[in-house]
Design a protein around this ligand. Structure first.
Ligand code: MN3
Length: 263
């Protein structure tokens, strides 16, 4: 059999196996996490001949969401939240723990300090710390920034700064949406206080965070990876970005701005 034929045959066997697992899980009405776990097990068992490395339990841990997976519906659906928090964020935490496993001095540091000081991170784990430390910090902020029925508009000093820099809240939101739409591939759009104290919108690829480039302070950030919206919005990133504002807890953003001003 030619190599191509062998690959096609393997692919058909794998597809058949996945379908059987998914169908069984669906028929049994098992929770989503179990179904995803079943999918993972099949994927791992078929593609990896060696066992998965043991994941250290710390020092970094995933906090539970401060609300139910369904709490942000209809803007963000429960299944997206469950996979995003329980699988994607958990993976960043696990991989960050693996990255620092051989470095006790890194284990003592807060995740924010690790990503602010990547030059000090040993080169052999620097990319892993950048990606997974960034992923952990970014998502921790993201969950805290959203809430069912939070305050719907910025107030106080943040409202004043938005008016001064952007004209009004609508113009600021549009700038964030444009940044999110303009991020090719995966990444984040941000509202930050820059080194000079001004309020600016920016974007980063992958799990990079503006804190990696100097003294920026994050006011808010929105995840534009497809895993954040694809189940509900498919390719409509703009619709997701517009709907996302309905989940923002401006009380938290206001607090973050006050803290940024305080230094
Ligand atoms: Mn994400």
């Amino acid at each position: 059999m030619s190599q191509i034929m062998q690959r096609l045959a393997t692919r058909r066997r794998v597809a058949g196996g996945l379908t059987a697992v998914a169908t069984t899980a669906l028929a049994q009405g098992r929770p989503l996490v179990d179904r995803v776990a079943a999918y993972d097990r099949v994927t791992v068992s078929r593609f990896q001949s060696t066992p998965v490395d043991t994941v250290p339990a710390g020092p970094f841990t995933l906090d539970p969401l401060p609300y139910d997976y369904a709490a942000l519906e209809p803007h963000i659906d429960a299944m997206t939240m469950e996979i995003h928090h329980g699988k994607h964020h958990q993976a960043y935490v696990d991989n960050l723990n693996k990255a620092v496993a051989e470095y006790p001095e890194l284990q003592e540091m807060a995740a924010e300090d690790l990503i602010r000081n990547l030059d000090a991170v040993p080169e052999d784990v620097r990319t892993a710390v950048r990606n997974n430390g960034g992923g952990h910090v970014n998502h921790t902020m993201f969950w805290e920034l959203m809430t069912p029925g939070g305050s719907s508009e910025p107030t106080g000093a943040l409202a004043d700064a938005i008016a001064a820099e952007f004209g009004d809240v609508a113009a600021m939101k549009e700038a964030v949406e444009t940044a999110g739409l303009g991020q090719f591939g995966s990444g984040w759009a941000w509202l930050i206080v820059d080194v000079d104290g001004s309020l600016v919108v920016t974007k980063t690829p992958n799990q990079d965070n503006p804190m990696m480039e100097g003294e920026a302070r994050i006011i808010l950030g929105v995840d534009v990876w497809e895993h954040a919206y694809y189940l509900n919005y498919q390719n409509r990133r703009k619709d997701y970005l517009v709907a996302w504002w309905n989940t923002v807890n401006w009380d938290i953003a206001n607090e973050r701005y006050e803290q940024a001003l305080a230094g």
